[in-house]
Design a protein around this ligand. Structure first.
Ligand code: PLP
Length: 455
């Protein structure tokens, strides 16, 4: 094994295909249902929101889907992203474990989100679309789509969850620099937003509410489509470029991970790093343990129900089978805004249900403690979302210290936290309260899950 700390691939090693785990699932993926009929949705139901090429990818069972040249041309600017060996962190933890992290913060928006934003902007531009609406939690996805929109000549409108809009003014400025419009959600621009504001004038917002607003705008304008930054099959697939690069980088390191860890909001960065490895396991090629880390205050995988639910609060989307806290659930306003989503990607949910993914939940204070330890060892300040994966990796490494096992741990450092310094300031000032979610509200949201006959 080399003493290297950085494993870098040449430009021409950029993957040419996205990996679709649907081809390797032990059972078919769960169908997406029309809420009115309870029947599987067809392409015509999705056409007001997405261009045909995206709809085809959403339902595809092909193992590999070719990445278009113009998408590769943009991604090549920062990809392949580096894989690091965290040797200083290993020393600090006094662990026999080998800790590796794939760093997605090298993208111009600072996270993994441009991997799919660029692809989605490209397909929309090809279909003659002029405007795209979207939601954003922490601002990372909105930033990524703003950037991709400006590269492909599209107008972008972003509904940003109000609590993050207030916490992260520079994210808004980032989006505006690329010509996008950024609106605090709930807003008075949509029926869904006005309905929420009428009942809860001080609503902090949530990803579920912001999705409703963005979907409503796209569904009611002919020149406008919608883009989602996570959850859907095609988004997870666009992110698999991360794990495919990591597989090649582990060859350079002459090593292979025993465990792969990612944080989960809607599931896309986690799937991006984990699915190419998990696919190998499902095909019987290599064993691997896969851990999904979520916030204790929005614990869809560890506390949610595996059931059909709406993807948004106003119930405008089709029904998907996923781990959900109920679409009416509004999580408390903690700092990892990208993880404040009531549901989880159907593919991540199904694989968790099948026992292939182990979910784990942590409070935000313990995640920031881990993030600061990481920053002081490795020199990179993680995004608050990524701190969940950092905490998961540190716990694995500490377990190795106890057991004496020298396991290889890989985690996705899915974004930097350079726009999230208020969160760190609050943490250092002891102001990061872990306000728990309301159990009664969760019970009510779960009781309100739609009843679906799946004959
Ligand atoms: C840095 C970062 N990590 C993770 C997430 C969560 O999304 P996902 O689970 O789709 O990766 C977000 C979402 O905004 C994010 O900005």
């Amino acid at each position: 094994m080399t003493e290297a700390i950085k494993f870098v691939l040449p430009d021409d090693a950029l993957p040419r295909y996205w990996y679709n785990i649907v081809a390797d699932l032990p059972e078919p993926p769960t169908p997406v249902l029309h809420p009115g009929t309870g029947q599987p949705v067809g392409p015509a139901d999705l056409a007001p929101l997405f261009p045909d090429a995206i709809i085809e990818q959403e339902v595809s069972a092909e193992r590999e889907i070719e990445i278009p040249g113009p998408v590769l041309d943009v991604l090549r600017q920062w990809r392949p992203s580096p894989l690091y060996r965290a040797r200083r962190l290993e020393k600090k933890l006094d662990t026999p474990a080998r800790i590796y992290y794939k760093y997605e913060g090298v993208s111009p928006a600072g996270s993994h989100k441009p991997n799919t934003a660029v692809a989605q902007a490209f397909y929309n531009r090809e279909a003659g679309v002029k405007r795209i609406t979207t939601e954003t939690g922490a601002g990372q996805w909105g930033s990524a789509l703003a950037l991709a929109g400006s590269l492909f000549g599209l107008e972008i409108e972003v509904f940003m969850v109000r609590v993050s809009f207030e916490q992260k003014p520079y994210r808004r400025a980032f989006m505006e620099t690329f010509g996008a419009t950024c609106v605090a959600s709930p807003s008075d621009l949509t029926e869904s937003g006005r309905a929420i504001l009428k009942e809860h004038p001080d609503s902090t917002g949530s990803l579920g509410i912001a999705i409703s607003e963005a979907v409503e705008r796209a569904a009611t304008r002919d020149d406008t489509k919608y883009a989602l930054g996570s959850v859907l099959n095609h988004v997870l697939m666009h992110q698999t470029i991360i794990g495919q690069e990591a597989l090649r980088q582990f060859e350079l390191a002459d090593d292979y991970p025993d465990v792969v860890i990612g944080c989960t909001g809607g599931g896309s960065n986690f799937a991006g790093i984990a699915f190419p490895f998990l696919g190998g396991k499902l095909r019987g090629e290599q064993d691997i343990e896969v851990v999904a880390v979520e916030p204790a205050n929005c614990p869809s995988l560890t506390r949610g129900r595996y059931a059909y639910d709406f993807g948004d609060t106003a119930k405008l989307t089709p029904l998907v089978k996923m781990h959900t806290l109920g679409s009416a659930f509004v999580p408390p306003g903690f700092h990892a805004g990208g993880l404040r989503y009531h549901g989880m990607a159907p593919l991540v949910s199904q694989l968790t249900h099948l026992g292939e993914i182990k979910p784990r939940a942590y409070s935000q204070a313990e995640c920031f403690e881990a993030g600061v330890l990481f920053a002081r060892s490795e020199g990179i300040i993680p995004a608050p979302e990524a701190n969940h994966a950092v905490k998961g990796a540190i716990d694995e490494a500490l377990a190795c210290r106890e057991s004496g096992e020298a396991r290889a741990i890989l985690f996705n450092l899915c974004g930097h936290g350079n726009f999230d310094m208020q969160a760190y300031t609050d943490y250092f000032a002891g102001k990061l309260s872990d306000q728990p979610y309301d159990e009664a509200e969760l019970a009510m949201a779960l009781a309100g899950l739609p009843v679906v006959e799946t004959g």
